[in-house]
Design a binder for this molecule. Structure first.
Ligand code: ADP
Length: 245
């Protein structure tokens, strides 16, 4: 482990640089980004489109690797792990929630939630089914468990995707525009679910362009032109989210 991280630090990002080759040119997307996230924090990453937010998240999950710098997540040097090690680590430590849900279309919601448990082999087969059912119950979908993703609404698919992200009880949840494909009412419901999970001890980091929701997240990191433009702890609003008609 590097430098001054504590047991309470779940993400440590240190001097991250990310460059891509575009034709003959090299473009620097992230320019020396550093921040820590503590266990139990709820963090939003905001900023203009194309400024490197998803790229940053992909480094935290090990989906992409930095050109320079160190990333430690749940005590592991993420960019030093092999692809195999990463897959195993991610399966148990990180629940990822995508904008377009990414449910496997031929599997029922229940089977989709069981799948990560089959990969991780942390629970017995009997436990997996029971656990998947209770996770679907947690997200309000117990009665939809046997349906295919195409038979339920976008909001329900995203809630099932959250149940899937929780399958192996990871300490960290990562969302890349998790409410970006939902209407504002459904987005608010999904957001409430994230709050509930954070209250229960999960750490959540999510990229969002939804200003209303970002204003309700306790900490907001703003990325502009590949750098941290601001990193603010916000006063929690007790106001309900405004729902557009
Ligand atoms: P944001 O999430 O803030 O919208 P992204 O992280 O998706 O931004 O993208 C930041 C920039 O990096 C964009 O200009 C995008 O085109 C570029 N980019 C992302 N991935 C690649 C890649 N694999 N190769 C080249 N450029 C990329």
């Amino acid at each position: 482990m590097t430098t001054n991280s504590t047991n309470n630090t779940i993400i440590q990002v240190k001097d991250i640089v990310k460059k891509y080759k575009v034709g003959d040119n090299e473009v620097t997307i992230l320019k020396s980004i550093s921040f820590d996230v503590h266990r139990g924090e709820f963090v939003s990453i905001v900023g203009p489109s194309g400024n490197g937010k998803s790229t940053l998240l992909n480094m935290i999950t090990g989906i992409d690797r930095p050109s320079a710098g160190d990333i430690t997540v749940t005590g592991r040097d993420v960019n030093k792990m092999s692809e195999n090690q990463l897959a195993g680590w991610r399966g148990e430590n990180v629940g990822i929630i995508f904008q377009f849900f990414q449910m496997l279309p031929a599997l029922s919601l229940l089977q989709n939630v069981i799948l990560p448990m089959d990969f991780a082999n942390k629970y017995t087969p009997k436990e997996r089914r029971d656990r998947a059912m209770s996770l679907l119950e947690l997200v309000g979908l117990a009665d939809q468990a046997e349906k295919l993703p195409s038979m339920v609404s976008g909001g329900q698919q995203q809630r099932a995707a959250i149940a899937r992200a929780l399958a192996n009880d990871p300490p960290l949840l990562v969302g890349d525009e998790p409410t970006g494909n939902l209407d504002s009412r459904t987005a608010a419901e999904v957001f409430d679910l994230f709050n509930q999970l954070v209250d229960q001890g999960k750490t959540m980091i999510m990229v969002t362009h939804d200003k209303e929701l970002a204003h309700r997240v306790p900490r907001r990191i703003e990325i502009v032109n590949g750098r941290i433009a601001s990193d603010d702890y916000l006063r929690q609003s007790s106001q309900p989210v405004a729902v557009a008609n």
